[in-house]
Design a protein around this ligand. Structure first.
Ligand SMILES: NC(=O)c1ccc[n+]([C@@H]2O[C@H](COP(=O)([O-])OP(=O)(O)OC[C@H]3O[C@@H](n4cnc5c(N)ncnc54)[C@H](O)[C@@H]3O)[C@@H](O)[C@H]2O)c1
Length: 358
């Protein structure tokens, strides 16, 4: 991205019919707004927005897109949508993405994350119009050995909790389709993007630190913090999306160097513990406090996980843009503005344009 502006880099997506699974979710909502900005024609497949409120509704993400409320576990229905809409690009985000929910809904998590992914890949493989397929993974696909160095794309996959294991299994299914079906004449070129926890305005999910923190600050309560010493690579949602969109644009351009799996993480300095994150959120918000609230009998949560993005930087020319302070500033000011009746769609658009043109 050094030589070409990001907006120029993503220009191949202009006018393309792009099918997004999980478009009603947190990342999917930001993605549909960004694709609209790029002049793409979006088709969505997802269930109803997973939270209330939801960014999808609050930022009117459904305006102008073809919205299919469809469970991806139904292979025939998914195939029918592909056949009817003839997308050129597929971005597959739909998943049961919550670690804690995966302990109580383990079968469902595997069904959606593994077989749902297989169903979407089958449909992409059988639809002649599809030229590019981007699978959305996670940093949790790596076997977490609590090592200090960032995980590389070549590190072993694995997973302790059902969510991580299901995403690692989905990644193995993706690799199988990659080797067996994609990337040959008449079939899509395919890549997988792996990012860590993302943050940004409009996340209202349960059991995620930013939504928990924003709810607490808005209600003038101390932010409840389960694990203040857990270290995470804090990354704005637009950083991860810029990785997926870069892959999609490169695949549309038939750049075979973009095939395979890619880590998209934040700068090393963004690796901070939850305690530092909440301190910074309170500072930007201008008031408030946080409180350590350990949970007796809490489920296992991995302590340390960072990604090495050397491959994406070296071979794709992708680099993260927003440091820790800028990331936290964008998040806290977004929620504060919406709380004071700011227009969520306009706030997202401002972040997207600043990110793309910055
Ligand atoms: N948010 C993060 O911090 C994060 C980090 C790493 C990876 N990811 C990955 O990014 C993707 C999107 O995550 P998110 O945070 O936006 O999640 P989200 O819960 O906000 O959205 C999930 C989306 O998937 C859809 N979905 C769920 N089950 C479905 C089903 N059976 N059929 C059809 N659609 C279904 C939902 O309707 C929703 O649109 C997921 O693949 C997740 O694993 C997220």
């Amino acid at each position: 991205m050094d030589t070409l502006k990001l907006s120029e880099r993503l220009a191949p997506l202009k006018g393309k019919r792009i099918l997004v699974t999980g478009h009603t979710g947190f990342k999917g909502s930001w993605l549909t707004l960004w694709l609209r900005e790029l002049g793409a024609d979006v088709v969505g497949i997802a269930l109803d927005p997973p939270t209330s409120p939801a960014l999808y509704d609050v930022a009117r993400c459904g305006d102008g897109l073809v919205d299919h409320r469809q469970d991806i576990r139904d292979a025939a229905a998914v195939a029918k949508i592909f056949s009817a809409t003839q997308p050129q690009v597929v971005l597959h985000l739909a998943a049961q993405p919550l670690v804690r929910a995966s302990y109580t809904q383990s079968r469902e998590t595997f069904d959606i994350n593994v077989m749902g992914t297989v169903n979407v890949m089958e449909a992409a493989r059988d639809t002649k119009s599809v030229v590019a397929f981007v699978h959305v993974g996670t940093d949790k696909v790596y076997e977490n050995v609590e090592q200090a160095r960032g995980y590389r794309e070549s590190d072993p996959l694995g997973g302790h909790d059902p969510y991580s294991a299901s995403k690692a299994a989905a990644e193995i299914a993706f690799q199988s389709y990659q080797r067996s079906f994609f990337n040959v004449a008449g079939r899509p070129l395919a890549a997988s993007g792996r990012a860590g926890n993302v943050v940004g305005g409009g996340d209202w999910a349960k059991d995620r630190i930013i939504p928990d923190a924003m709810r607490a600050l808005a209600e003038a309560r101390p932010i409840p913090v389960r694990n203040p010493n857990s270290t995470r690579p804090w990354q704005h949602v637009l950083e991860a999306l810029s990785g997926y969109l870069t892959l999609a644009a490169e695949l549309v351009n038939r750049n075979k160097q973009a095939l395979g799996s890619w880590n998209f993480g934040p700068p090393d300095d963004n690796v901070k513990c939850v305690g530092e994150l909440v301190k910074e959120l309170v500072a930007v918000w201008g008031s408030g406090a946080w409180q350590h609230t350990p949970e007796p009998g809490a489920v296992h949560e991995a302590k340390l996980l960072t990604l090495s993005c050397e491959k994406a930087e070296r071979e794709l020319g992708w680099a993260p843009r927003w440091d820790f302070r800028e990331t936290v500033r964008r998040v806290a000011t977004w929620y504060q503005a919406v709380q004071s009746d700011g227009d969520a769609a306009a706030l997202c658009r401002r972040d997207i344009l600043d990110y793309m043109n910055g």
